[in-house]
Design a protein around this ligand. Structure first.
Ligand code: AMP
Ligand code: ZN
Length: 139
């Protein structure tokens, strides 16, 4: 619990939220500024800003909740041709609220959401091999 964290205030009930799901570990609620109608967030109840600091059991339960939220969107009247999960970990990645959260929002043709992606030619195998080695060295 962090006093100046809006998501901690939602967890403690001192800030309003339209809650869709709650367990001992996580709570999910409607996003206040939805990318598309039906946009939800699922957060661990325990405060941490960075994904690496989220208890793995909480992270697992966030994903389990997201699976149910996806299913709920698909069986609702909310326009849902597909669903995006989006996680911003750090300011450079677009994180604006520094309490871990996973976005779940419906997608449909012409919804206006888009990511700009710069594609490149596949590098020689030696490069992903080198990166895989470096990234797994610290596991
Ligand atoms: P991010 O850029 O990944 O940090 O996203 C933060 C999200 O939190 C945005 O989609 C906001 O609209 C949402 N948000 C901020 N404050 C609230 C709030 N009080 N209740 C619900 N959603 C919120
Ligand atoms: Zn918090």
């Amino acid at each position: 619990m962090t006093d100046d964290c809006i998501f901690c205030s939602i967890v403690s009930g001192t800030a309003p939220a339209s809650v869709v799901h709650e367990t001992d570990r996580v709570i999910a609620f409607m996003d206040i500024a939805p990318v598309t109608p039906g946009h939800m967030l699922v957060i661990p109840k325990a405060h941490s800003a960075d994904l690496v600091d989220v208890d793995p059991a909480d992270a697992a339960e966030m994903m389990t909740a997201a699976q149910r939220m996806d299913a709920a969107l698909r069986s609702s009247t909310v326009p849902t041709e597909g669903v995006n999960l989006f996680y911003a970990d750090g300011e450079a990645a677009g994180q604006e609220v520094f309490h871990a959260h996973l976005h779940v929002f419906p997608r449909f043709a012409g919804d206006g959401f888009g990511l700009t992606v710069r594609t490149s030619a596949p590098p020689p195998r030696a490069e992903p091999d080198r990166l895989a080695g470096e990234l797994t060295a610290s596991w």
